[in-house]
Ligand binder design. Sequence first.
Ligand SMILES: [Zn+2]
Length: 421
Amino acid sequence: MNIDERAEELASDLGVDREEVRDDLQKLIDYDVPAEEAVQSLRRKYGGDGGGGTPSAKDVADVTTEDASVTVTAKVLTAGTRTIRYQGDDHTIYEGELADGTGAIDYTAWNDFGLEPGDTITAGNAGVREWEGEPELNLGDSTSVSPAEDVEVPSEVGGDRSLSDLDPGDRGRNLEVLVLEVEERTIDGRDGETDILSGVLADESARLPFTDWDPHPGIREGASLRLEDVYVREFRGVPSVNVSDFTTVEPLEGEVEASETGRRMAVGEAVDGGGAFDVELVGNLLDVRDGSGLIERCPECNRVVQNGQCRSHGEVDGVDDLRVKAILDDGTGTVTVVLDRELTEEVYGGTLEDALEHAREEMDKGVVAESIAEDVVGLEYRVRGSLSVDDYGANLDATEFDRVGDAGEERARALLAEVDG
Ligand SMILES: [Zn+2]
């Protein structure tokens, strides 16, 4: 074999640098890899189409990350649209899942093949790339897409889902949701300042945060909506619904019911998941941490100030506030539960003014945290809120904080009353 000639041929087939291919080929030959095998391996490495016509047809379940390209006949389960920036330019891409009788596979189409859920197609010469260890089909310029005879699939066709079914990476999803919260924000995006909407969506199954990158006027607090073609990303360990300019927003006739409870999870499971939105954890309160009780916040940035000093704004005139940072443990893990002023006032049994008065009387700001600790440490609590896990640890911002085990206490009291006669 003439290495230079083969390298030239490969480089032009694959559209890659000739010298690089030549070096790789030489290395493989030096290691006594048979010539044809070496060439095939480089075709795989550089993701070429094999150069020798259409690859043979495969069942979806048989597609592996070892394949350079395949031909599959499958039904389109979902089709989502999204714009990505690639090498400085915006590209519209089409993504979703394809399935045949043997299994399902994700695809990304770089051209608009007009794929619609329910269509059965033959994708000739679809590239295969690895994404998080799994094969994914790439439909591009060298792929031919043609209609095919309908195939039966065990998978659900279409993108309709409940919020609790969503996972990061999902695309082309349709939701029927209630907008619980929405706020307008201006962010410093890749194209300068951009207005976006962010907030919370709910259905009967769950609540999740969302971002609308192309503010839709229909997305208002209290609106029941059908959103078609959203995608899902992970934000601080939580699936977040992304609404784009490709998403259609239609009002619904009826009202969508919002879930009344958070998702019940074990602490360890929630922390290992990297975070969770609107969960309920139940555990014992082990300790009330420093920085609880009466605190002062920076009037500029709301950060907690220490000795009148803000980390960003230097010496400031702090604003009084109340909070609790407490450690909750259920045997599977621990989180720091953060109670805001309102919840802290409930636990303390007094207002911020009462707490300030209390501290003045005792000439000690620490009495407020001490008093709270006496009331809560060692008891079992149910906490609802959103968990974030980052360099600062696992923190749950509580929206609800309730004693559990009161029933047991009542039983004990009743029993004592009986014994005492
Ligand atoms: Zn500050």
